[in-house]
Write a protein of this length. Structure first.
Length: 455
């Protein structure tokens, strides 16, 4: 063929591969159908790529659409759920009072972010001091003075009434102890004084240490009982709230279940308890308090010393024979002191009949500020306790209160009730129908004299 001759006329011997393909090339050159087929494959390559892309896109579109829809639905659900929960959460939280009157009580919301912003000076250690103007001196203790003060707001016309406890430079350790106790977010409770912040201030008299808290115009419980006779309902509210506050202090968890460090007050007395506007109690003055950290050694606990107010000291504290191996023994000393405070409340309740002028526990049996040795004679040697007149027991509710407080001031620490148990008993007193099965006439005063009665 002519084409073959042309190929051989090139002067070079064709290789085997070239020779093998030459007939095919020649065939395609002379075959119109073959040339057309090759052209189709050549010209359709971009179209084929486009088809592949389209098919891939169509196949991926449904799962991609589903994924976008799921994300959108989840986002809408979260937004809707947050909006739905927000009103109920706000209504369930204690309201933040912005009352600018004397009886203002700052109630911080139980939310970590609120605490962080409100107590910035304490938690974030900011150097800017709060705009506070001291007003009047309302109390003075062993370690500090307490002032009623004005916490100014954004405008000069508005302020909140707060309490400022001022420690002198020499009482830094007491200030730090109380600051550290208050700084525990899990301490927050309606029956524990609400804390705002702690500050270090330089004054003309030298460095001072401040604790800024809620202000309660009714004052401490001792002052309130001195000025007022209370009803049975008042006694129930005061006693119940006191027990709840101590139970929370002693507890190793919060009401919502968060872990919490147990704390013992170690100086419970009526002057260290404030009366709120609703006639419930809140605990204050934590300068001698102790965090029951399980890492503390027996030596650490022993070095904590004999602390508190002698009149309210438990027998084992007076005798310096506490069981340091058992941290519960510290809580039992608080329970003893609580019993004396409950007795003070009961002695000023008109439900018992004749109400005498206010007297602290043990009354005139000891001096106004008795020393430890004097209380040892009364409590240890004579096994003395405040007197419970027999006519108090004529009231069914008062009788239960008296039974409760006598169990709480038992000489044996392990025989005492827990604060939680006392709180539960007071809770039962809210429902008189539950007491119908208890007959005052059938209840007998124990022969061992645990109820010290007087005619």
């Amino acid at each position: 063929m002519t084409s073959d001759g042309g190929c051989h006329g090139s002067g070079a011997a064709p290789g085997p591969v070239a020779a093998a393909h030459r007939p095919v090339d020649a065939h395609r050159q002379h075959d119109p159908a073959a040339r057309s087929q090759v052209g189709e494959y050549t010209t359709s390559s971009p179209d084929l790529l486009l088809v592949i892309i389209q098919v891939t896109g169509v196949s991926l579109l449904p799962p991609l659409g589903i994924a976008i829809a799921v994300i959108a639905i989840f986002y809408c659900y979260r937004v809707h759920r947050q909006q739905k929960l927000s009103p109920s959460w706000e209504s369930s939280k204690p309201r933040k009072l912005m009352d600018f009157s004397d009886n203002c009580a700052i109630i911080l919301e139980d939310d970590r972010s609120d605490i962080s912003s409100t107590c910035a000076n304490n938690i974030n250690h900011n150097t800017e001091l709060l705009p506070i103007e001291l007003d009047t001196l309302v109390g003075k203790g062993r370690f500090a003075e307490v002032y009623k003060a004005k916490l100014k707001q954004n405008t000069s016309e508005q302020f909140e009434t707060v309490a400022v406890k001022i420690f002198p430079y020499e009482e830094y350790s007491s200030w730090k102890t109380e600051k550290d106790i208050f700084s525990d977010i899990n301490l927050k409770h309606e029956n524990i004084l609400q804390f705002l912040t702690a500050e270090e201030r330089k004054t003309e008299m030298g460095k001072q240490y401040w604790l800024i808290t809620a202000f309660h115009a009714k004052g401490n419980l001792q002052e309130y009982l001195t000025r007022h006779v209370i009803s049975w309902e008042d006694l129930r509210k005061l006693g119940s709230s006191l027990a709840r506050g101590i139970a929370h202090l002693h507890s190793d968890h919060t009401p919502c279940g968060r872990p919490k460090m147990p704390i013992v007050h170690r100086d419970l007395k009526s002057s260290n308890i404030l009366v709120k506007n609703d006639l419930t109690c809140c605990l204050c003055d934590f300068g001698l308090s102790l965090r029951l950290d399980p890492t503390l050694s027996v030596d650490d606990l022993a070095n904590s010393g004999q602390v508190g107010t002698a009149r309210y000291m438990a027998p084992e504290v007076l005798e310096s024979r506490m069981n340091l191996e058992n941290m519960e023994s510290f809580k039992q000393t608080d329970v003893y002191s609580m019993a004396l405070v409950l007795w003070e409340m009961t002695s000023r309740c008109n439900a018992v009949g004749e109400v005498k002028d206010y007297e602290p526990p043990f009354g005139s049996k000891v001096r106004e500020h008795p020393c430890v040795e004097s209380m040892k004679d009364n409590v240890l040697r004579d096994r003395g306790r405040p007197e419970i007149p027999s006519f108090w027991l004529n009231h069914q509710g008062i009788q239960i209160v008296c039974e409760t407080l006598t169990e709480c001031w038992d000489h044996d620490p392990e025989a005492r009730l827990t604060a939680q148990c006392v709180a539960e008993r007071f809770s039962e007193l809210e429902h008189p129908d539950r007491l119908s099965g208890r007959s005052c006439s059938q209840e007998k005063i124990p022969e061992d004299g645990s109820l010290n009665t007087t005619k």
